[in-house]
Write a protein that binds this ligand. Structure first.
Ligand SMILES: Nc1ncnc2c1ncn2[C@@H]1O[C@H](COP(=O)(O)OP(=O)(O)OP(=O)(O)O)[C@@H](O)[C@H]1O
Ligand SMILES: [Mg+2]
Length: 264
């Protein structure tokens, strides 16, 4: 992460922090993410990584600091408004509409951008059908990123775990984000699935021209695809830099040696 130059960042935070009662979960979180950058957020269990995603997406209102998305302060926005403004995420614990089909899960993401009014939808006017057709085609196109178009009609809860994680990414992408936040996307995946995921995250960044911020304990993935990494420990950034800078940083090594988490 080079010096901050405002215009180049899709997402920027200044002095961002949150307290839960007496616990300071995140403090002085300052980052700038380039418009097509892949950034990693790593750190031991309980360091505050997911809390940062919850702050960025306004699940939690920050206690202090600000968040600038594409030059605009997100202060006062709720999670839906932030999503509309360009931040999409996946969750550490998968959140899909289990009983809906794979395609319908993606269409829920697309819905933000489907261009028909309530009147048109309720009365099934021609515009409704043409927009529906577009949504169907778009959903299949997005599913195809992960080779999942042929599973469009399958119920989400009948997919294997790794495929559910991929579907969550597709659903997030369907909302048309400028930045995609992925919370442990490789969790529960086997090594070949993780390898495939790494390629696809890069492909998504290249094809969509968006930024990606990811939390991950799999160091091979983090070091393999992130251009910049921030290391969090007890709610504070203890190091920022390229993968090689991070790997040789004594404070980082110490923070990790202090944990028992495998792969961390
Ligand atoms: N809503 C909340 N109320 C109180 N404490 C919270 C809340 N959310 C998070 N915390 C606390 O904030 C700290 C950071 O938690 P967080 O889930 O962000 O960690 P993490 O880095 O994502 O860890 P992991 O790698 O295990 O997912 C923890 O001490 C957690 O208990
Ligand atoms: Mg977490």
């Amino acid at each position: 992460m080079s010096e901050k130059k405002e215009k180049e960042f899709v997402l920027e935070t200044n002095h961002l922090g949150i307290d839960f009662g007496g616990l300071t979960a995140v403090d002085e979180f300052n980052i700038g993410i380039g418009k097509t950058e892949i950034m990693g957020l790593i750190g031991p269990n309980g360091a505050g990584k997911t809390t940062i995603f919850n702050l960025l997406t306004k699940v939690y209102e920050p206690t202090r600091g600000n968040i600038i998305l594409d030059g605009k302060d997100t202060h006062g926005m709720n999670p839906a408004a932030v999503n509309q403004a360009g931040i999409a995420r996946t969750f550490q614990n998968i959140r899909l509409f289990d009983k809906l089909s794979v395609e319908d899960n993606v269409k829920i993401g697309l819905h933000n951008h489907i261009n028909y009014g309530l009147f048109t939808g309720v009365f099934r006017l021609p515009k409704y059908w043409s927009e529906e057709k577009k949504a169907h085609e778009k959903a299949l196109e997005l599913l195809d990123i992960f080779g999942m178009a042929d599973q469009a009609d399958v119920r989400a809860d009948s997919l294997p775990y790794g495929a559910q994680r991929r579907l969550e990414i597709v659903r997030a992408l369907a909302t048309g984000p400028k930045i995609l936040l992925l919370d442990e996307p490789a969790a529960g995946m086997n090594p070949s699935e993780t390898e495939e995921l790494m390629k696809n995250i890069k492909k998504i960044r290249d094809d969509f021209g968006i930024a990606v911020m990811l939390i991950e304990h799999d160091m091979k993935l983090v070091m393999g695809i992130c251009e910049n990494i921030a290391v969090l420990n007890f709610g504070k950034v203890i190091a920022k830099g390229s993968p090689s800078e991070i790997q040789s940083n004594p404070q980082v090594i110490e923070a990790y040696l202090g944990t028992k988490k495998e792969n961390a």
